[in-house]
Design a protein. Sequence first.
Length: 972
Amino acid sequence: MEEFYGVQRESARETPTMLRVIRICRKCGAKIFSDAPEGLCARCMLKIALGAFPDAVAGVGDSGCVEQPAGEDRASASQDKTTARAAELLGELGDYELLEEVGRGGQGVVFRARQKSLNRTVALKVISLGQWASKAHLKRFRLEAEAAARLEHPGIVPIHEVGERDGSCYFSMKFIEGGQLDEIVRREPMPIRQGAELIAKVARTVHYAHEHGILHRDIKPGNILLDANGEPHLTDFGLARLVESESSVTHTLEVLGTPSYMAPEQAVGNNTAVSSATDVYGLGAVLYQLLTGHPPFAGGTTYETIKLLLDTEPRQPRLLNPKIDRDLTTICLKCLEKDPQRRYSSALALSEDLERWLKHEPIRARRTGIFSRGRKWIRRNPTSALLIASLVALASAAGWIVWKSGFVQHPVTTGIAVLPFENLSEEKEYGFFADGVQDDILIKLAKIADLKVISRTSVMQYRGKQNVHEIGDALRVSHVLEGTVRRSGGKVHVNAQLVDARTDTGVWAEQYDRDLSDVFAIETEVAQSIVSRLKAKISASEKLTIAERPTKDLAAYDLYVRAAALIDKATYEEGEEQTKNDFQAVDLLNQAVTRDPSFLLAYCRLAEAHDALYFRGDDRTPNRLALAKAAIDAAFRLKPDSGEAHFALADHLYHGYFDYDRARDELAIALRTLPNNARIFDLSAPIDRRQGRWHDAVHNHERAMELDPRNVTTLIAAAVTYRSLRDYRQALAIFDRIIALEPKDILYRLRRARVEVRERADLRPMQDVLGKNFTDNPALLRTHPSDCFLVALWARDPVAADNVLAATAAMTDNAFGARGNSVAFSHAYAKGLVARMKGDGDGARAAFNAARAEQEKVVRAQPDDLTQSVELCLLGLIDAALGRKQEALSEGRRAVELLPLTKNALDGADILYFYAVICAEVGERDLAIEQLKTVAKIPAGASYGELRLDPLWDPLRGDPRFEKIVASLAPK
């Protein structure tokens, strides 16, 4: 029968609201969702699902299904015994106590429930198959739910358990304390930019599922949950299925999906045409709803909606919301193409185009021309097309003008670089003052979300270089700010000029002659002028932020700038010079906050310097952490919502306590007011790595490299992640960028060569960098001992290895990095390996015994699980070499327990790798192979080069299982 819908709208607002369609349960009259299965409320549906009234199924399609306008919102006047029984059933389902209905999707209803055996709150989805639940249905449900349960991604709601009871299927999921996207946006329309950011994140999540062979098939606002931090989580993979498999059950079921968000190929029931492009369509439909407040198609009935979907084009989003720009409209409509081949090639491609739009970069999608739109219209309206044939030429000409106009406009700004200001003061020590002027302008601009601002580290390399066009190309920005500062007595003269780097023409220039005390006001005026000239959108809070003075004491600011330079410099250094700079920075910052106790930025950098001294091992004491925390607390007392304070706390939690979850939360808060701070993305990426969010890590690395493209530390971190993912081509490309920046530093060429060795099991790239007679170069051996020892060991050259050991014997820090991550070989253990290579059994045993005595002390001295796990792993390797089988296995297992992959996916992979080595060394081949199978698959695990070349794997050579694993990692 025909369905009647009651439509409710919120009061008119500036931004379009979402359409809300409400229906009435055909059994009891309760208000239900628009897409409620079979027109039943949760209580009545559960009756059917659990067999409360067996004859109910017969009435599913009868004419008793009456729907009334939502405004009447009627309920049943009486409750009979059957309804009372249903209410009882609603209380429990096996191990679950059903607390309340929270939503519905696909063919089921979702409850907030308590799992009694584990006493935890979960979301429980019950699938109302009822009497239709044949073995084939149940088998398909379990297959699909279990496939979805294997997906491990922060953007996917994890599935805990899959089961069935009385012909009803269910699965339990993590309960997200937030709400469905449609409900949240109904309360408060989402800003356009926030909507684009959200869909970009969801698209990356969908791409992850596609990479694992899973389609969602029912992407809609109700299946996107937002947590307390506003992060999206995709749920309801109840309709998902393995891409590779198609069961006959698929073809016997009704059309799947939600009509307003359903792709055309789904609407016609063409299951063979359903692909990843189907989910791209769903993402576009949700984006359309967020942008306009309406789904792309909505008829009075399901049939009418599908007819609109198949026969018409969606209205231009800009007609429904004029605030939507042309590029975002293009992205949205590309997703909604009828032909799957014309949509984005993947969900990742959609995400990347949205991210380009968010960064004000040119998008890849091209707007559909008027001819293409005309052809679509003609195919659907042939009669009308004949009637207006005489107007085609005129319309085509007008359309060409409109189409062309979209391409002749200059692209919006893609960013700005604030170059170092030249110091024209007679006193050269005022160079720090000039840097301070530049730094404060940069900081102010970086707080504006609508601008892309290059980080200080990358722009400082252009001191004195004035080829603006080349600088713009290198930093990928459209504009450059340059200037001069002259300080004399109590006066300051600032000259600033904004240049369009694409055309090398001046856009704006101004000179300021003021009292020295007005320098911060000058910086604010410069920032405001740039925002105005670049036509950047700026919120009221951002206006207040850029008007803030960093301090009321110029001398304190000078101390701060000097300290910041030392901290940045220490990032690139090692050893005594690095330690000296950190301690000096602490001293300068203490002086700064003594002069001005309200200097928030100084407190934040002070905490960073303390944490660096702790993390690098220069002062790994509780007192050092307490000093850092005291500085952070002082910053929060001054301004609780400060992004800088939240970043300082995140840095403290990460480096001081390895508290990745809390650090991640603090970074999310910091990002709200520091959208262009590359350091946030720099810190987010290693957290993602250690939590196993490798794709998120890549995204954060890319964003950090975009904002800080010449920061070698940033580039190295990204290269390590790509190497860990065995994306060797990308890792090598990044190392090429690093080498172009630092052509004289052999370290980066060695790191690049290591990537090639891992990929191809060929030592020649490293040998070429080190030189033929590298063991005759004591300086090289002392500066790069790990690389030199690795080449000698893997080349099985005991003479070269002995030379490395001899050259490094007197060094205090003489550990050899084994894989470039956490576990490092002590000098004594390395000596034992070389003696064993030479066939010197007595010498090897003596060296290993010495190593053991030394390592036992090291293990006892470790303050945390990470360092203890690393050192315990080395002790296990030593005991394995000594034949102490049980001790070695126990130490290896304990190391894995202290640092499992779930706790630290990066360093944990290192530990598991060497646990497999320990098992092989003591003759536990089966156990070694079992560990190695895992290590060969996970990021940061084994590489082809390591397994082929490292003598530590010799005990497994010849074992077909080992050789198969090695072959699986070989370059393709």
